[in-house]
Design a protein around this ligand. Structure first.
Ligand code: PLP
Length: 229
């Protein structure tokens, strides 16, 4: 059986090679191990190999793992669709949220987080729906700037950047053009004076293209943990 130590090493090497090709320091690229539908025991295994950032897509499932693994110093990223009745759970338990696409949800997250005086603001990326994405999730390219300005003013949140989930394709040039479009969006926000620095993009099958286009956080599940149940 393939161990997590082996698969993690392969992913780290892919990241290092892509960074080299992009003439970027590898230290600029964070690796989020997407552990949805994998057990706390598998997460412990990854932790033992030095992995610290983990991503979950379902609020309740994520909460159970956060509680089961409270003895470890992990950074938890929420990357799934956000239902409004789960905003408190997410705001109280996660460090980052990548999938904010509506002001209403952002306000609820901010309100819940701001009640906690100990925790720093929730780190937030806005999910952008680039043209061609099948998912209904995500703010449009046309309205991302408006949402970003509003979110940047919320006290319980710290706006960090943008996230996307392009539809899967084996076409490397197409992968790159999608990620380049997200980078354009981020640069537009920076030109407007927003202090954003994060591009959350790249999964198991397209992390190289994402890193070539400037990804600062890649979200990798299958290539580390294997197929999900
Ligand atoms: C599941 C998921 C991933 C990981 O996908 P893999 O193809 O398994 O690497 C990354 N990002 C999001 C938003 C996901 O839901």
């Amino acid at each position: 059986m393939t161990t997590i130590s082996a698969t993690l090493a392969i992913v780290q090497r892919r990241i290092a090679e892509a960074a080299l090709q992009a003439h970027r320091p590898v230290s600029e690229i964070g690796l989020i191990a997407v552990s949805k539908r994998h057990s706390p025991a598998r997460i412990r295994e990854a932790y033992a190999c030095g992995q610290r950032l983990f991503g979950e897509s379902y609020a309740q499932e994520g909460l159970e793992k956060i509680q089961a693994l409270a003895d470890l110093a992990l950074e938890w990223h929420f990357i799934g669709p956000i239902q409004s009745n789960k905003t408190r759970l997410i705001a109280e338990n996660f460090d980052w949220v990548h999938s904010v696409d509506r002001l209403k949800i952002a306000q609820r997250l901010s309100d819940a987080r701001a009640e906690n005086v100990v925790r720093p603001p929730l780190q937030v990326c806005l999910q952008v729906n680039l043209s061609g994405e099948e998912s209904k999730q995500g703010v449009s390219v046309e309205t991302v700037s408006e949402l970003a300005r509003a979110v940047s003013r919320l006290p319980g949140l710290k706006l960090r950047g943008l996230m996307c989930i392009p539809e899967p394709t084996q076409d490397f040039a197409l992968q790159r053009s999608r990620f380049a479009a997200l980078k354009d969006c981020l640069q537009n926000l920076q030109a407007e004076g927003l202090a954003v620095d994060t591009l959350s993009m790249g999964m198991s099958d397209d992390l190289e293209a994402a890193i070539l286009e400037g990804a600062t956080l890649v979200r990798i599940g299958t290539a580390i943990f294997g197929e999900r149940q």
